[in-house]
Design a protein around this ligand. Structure first.
Ligand SMILES: [Zn+2]
Length: 170
């Protein structure tokens, strides 16, 4: 369908990250926090951040997973818990709003797209705003009163006769 909004994951979609994936992520970034670049040290204080956030990814209904996949190590970053919190909720450290703000903004856009789609699909129905416009523009004009030779035709013929008249007399 041309107006189908982009697929988003089910609200609150999450997947446990297997230990093997976590280790792959930590090793790939040399055990340094991706936010402050300091060593992660104690793994108990490390959190794994989906980049982009899961709720901002496309959703593949066939495999019930996001694109890229939720546990794709290339789309996960290891961070100190407090560095992660700053990124999730936004704050002085980040110029843009955090993921929570971005997710809310994306959801608003999706709702607007769906509203637009509803309007397009309801075109021609009584309550659709598009159908009231022609009605108010031509409120008194009768519709096809004169059968196949309606008012419009009669007027046009009259104008043509008027235009032709001088030419015939000269
Ligand atoms: Zn950090």
């Amino acid at each position: 369908m041309p107006f189908e909004p982009a697929n988003a994951p089910p609200v609150g979609f999450r997947k446990a990250i297997p230990l093997s994936v976590k280790l792959t992520v930590v090793v790939a970034q040399d055990a340094l926090c991706t936010t402050c670049k300091e060593p992660l040290r104690n793994l108990a204080n490390v959190e794994f951040d989906h980049v982009p956030a899961l709720q901002l990814r496309l959703w593949c209904e066939e495999v019930k997973d996001t694109v890229p996949a939720a546990n794709d190590p290339a789309a996960i970053e290891a961070k100190h818990a407090d560095c992660h919190a700053a990124k999730t909720f936004g704050g002085k450290a980040t110029k843009r709003g955090g993921d929570i703000t971005e997710i809310a903004r994306t959801r608003r856009l999706t709702e607007q797209q769906q509203e637009f789609r509803r309007r397009i699909l309801s075109k021609g129905e009584e309550d659709a705003p598009v159908s009231t416009k022609p009605k108010s523009r031509w409120p008194t004009r009768p519709f096809r009163t004169g059968g196949p030779h309606g008012q419009e035709d009669t007027r046009r013929q009259a104008r043509r006769r008027r235009d032709d008249a001088p030419a015939r007399h000269h």
